[in-house]
Design a protein around this ligand. Sequence first.
Ligand SMILES: [Mg+2]
Length: 315
Amino acid sequence: MAERQASGKRGRASKAESAVPKAAPGAAGAKTGFDKKTIALVYDFDGTLSPRPMQEYAFIPKLGIDASEFWRESNRIAQEQQADTLITYMHLLYKKAKEKGIRIDRDDLVAQGRAVELFPGVLEWFDAIGDYVKLRSESHGVTLRHYLISSGLTEIIEGTPIYDRFENVFASEYWFEAYDLPYPKRVITDTGKTQYLFRINKGVEDLGQNINQHMPEVERPVPFANMIYFGDGDTDVPSMAVMKKNGGHSIAVYPSGKSKHKCVDLFKAGRIDFFAPADYRRGSDLFKRTCLLLDRILADIRVQEETWRVGKSLK
Ligand SMILES: [Mg+2]
């Protein structure tokens, strides 16, 4: 298998570069129109778009072990060894596969993605929300993008039917050259997720490019105010905190009919704008509340565009 380029999603880095105005110093003065019209919906995967951790649909059953037992063992090792929990599970998965003589390569992981279950309405969500934004955006040129930031495995996500809906997918990934034990290439921790929010915000989606260089707000192509983050719990707290602090929006979801206490805690702590059952079908609470936030974002874009026009007319 040929090595993939150092971007979150194959071939997407160049697409992002061409679609987003170059954020080079001085570019702000040269622009011919108001250019903060990209809206980004950013999703966690496990528990947010899919009911269970993605490894539980095929990888763990293939090893013939119980999922809860696997996570218990992984967390116990991480605690004992004071190791990173994600690196530990990525290592343990393959250690167990090797012990059982089961070979799982990149293609196998992609195939496993087909077994991943999605919450109701997820398949139709992207078109439905796209239609809504098109209908409501009286200002022309509004672009809607979907992004995924997940601690799960890129390869499994690639096998799901929604992979192509994302502008970019930032997820953990393996190196596969030496089968002895595939080695983590990229590990996306809870706090590490926030780096990718800034990459979307700054339009620096090529992971080979440094994200830490200072970029004035005015040059950032996707303001946090144009972003909505979707998550399901504790592991999303750092991302929700970054959204909140920077004027962005967050929605938490919980499985329909199951406990919503985590969402209630997040809501009471002021970390999220809304929470709703993970039902993505048109007309659901999640759909309606997302549209409400989109209405506000679209109105803000129109106000800012008009302000920009008035300012320009004075020059
Ligand atoms: Mg999650």
